[in-house]
Ligand binder design. Structure first.
Ligand code: D54
Ligand code: ZN
Length: 273
């Protein structure tokens, strides 16, 4: 488990490219036959990737930084399936298709991942004060919000999975946004939300393409060049927006003080520096 400490916005101008990437970019989450996790002290979000090999399920183990008997002892967990696979939680198996979401409530003792056809799972976990039921939200059954405009190259569909009017949780708010062919911008005009950390995982981006992801306070932005299946941790003071060299999708997940999706401090394009 990689541990990332929080940063102050005044540090941003002092970071070179590799320092910026070391603090905010999660480059290697998905390795065949392994589970990788990152513990961020930004709202104590844990990000992870699980890639089970056919016939060899992977069990989510606790890690020393958690000081817990099992992973979900004090935590809830969101799982976003990138492909076809199954997650077994305390003996109940949930089959997931590409972009389906499983929420695992606090107290689940055993969580394991299995796939016979190259499935992979993105994990986001946050501290939990109580136990909400483990449940599934399927991409095919979720009515998306249709956002954006062709003129601004940001036509996209947003699906909320874990949120106050969907799967209930303690802190976690989670969903997927997918851009239409020919659209490249997400979250522009952009925003911050001082009450929450937000993490993006970009997916469905061809290997030769990249997303130019913007971060930092609105008046002092930086960029990182991001590959497919890499994640970005955005502290509460940071914008989180990007433009791809190709269409893509991204999993967004938030944790912190509140769960109100509309609690955003909007930033006008002409305020950005
Ligand atoms: O606070 C909310 C998040 O930044 C994302 O949900 C934004 C997003 O998915 C989009 O604009 O497409
Ligand atoms: Zn946001």
């Amino acid at each position: 488990m990689d541990v990332r400490h929080p940063t102050h916005p005044d540090q941003i101008p002092t970071f070179d490219t590799s320092a910026l990437r070391g603090h905010y970019l999660v480059e290697e989450l998905f390795e065949p036959g392994a589970i990788h996790t990152v513990y961020s002290h930004q709202d104590r979000v844990v990000l992870g990737g699980a890639v089970p090999q056919p016939g060899s399920p992977l069990e989510l183990e606790t890690e020393p930084p958690l000081r817990s008997e099992y992973f979900c002892e004090r935590r809830e967990l969101g799982v976003l399936s990138l492909g076809q696979g199954a997650v077994t939680v305390d003996g109940s198996t949930y089959e997931l298709a590409h972009r389906d979401c499983l929420y695992v409530g606090r107290g689940a003792r055993s969580v394991s991942f299995d796939s016979s056809e190259g499935g992979r799972f993105y994990l986001v976990s946050t501290p939990a004060h109580t136990s909400y039921p483990t449940s599934v939200a399927r991409h095919a059954d979720t009515v998306p919000a249709r956002l954006g405009d062709p003129a601004t190259a940001n036509v996209r569909e947003l699906r909320k999975y874990v949120h106050p009017d969907g799967i209930r949780s303690c802190e976690l708010v989670m969903g997927v946004t997918e851009l239409a062919e020919g659209s490249i911008w997400n979250t522009m005009p952009c925003h911050t939300h001082d009450r929450r950390t937000e993490c993006y995982l970009y997916f469905d981006l061809p290997p030769e393409h990249r997303v130019i992801h913007l971060l930092g306070q609105p008046h002092e932005t930086r960029n990182m060049i991001v590959r497919n299946e890499q994640a970005v941790i955005s502290p509460s003071w940071s914008v989180h927006s990007g433009a791809g060299t190709h269409r893509y999708g991204f999993v967004w997940a938030m944790a912190g003080e509140n769960q109100a999706f509309t609690d955003m401090d909007h930033v006008a394009i002409d305020e950005l520096r």
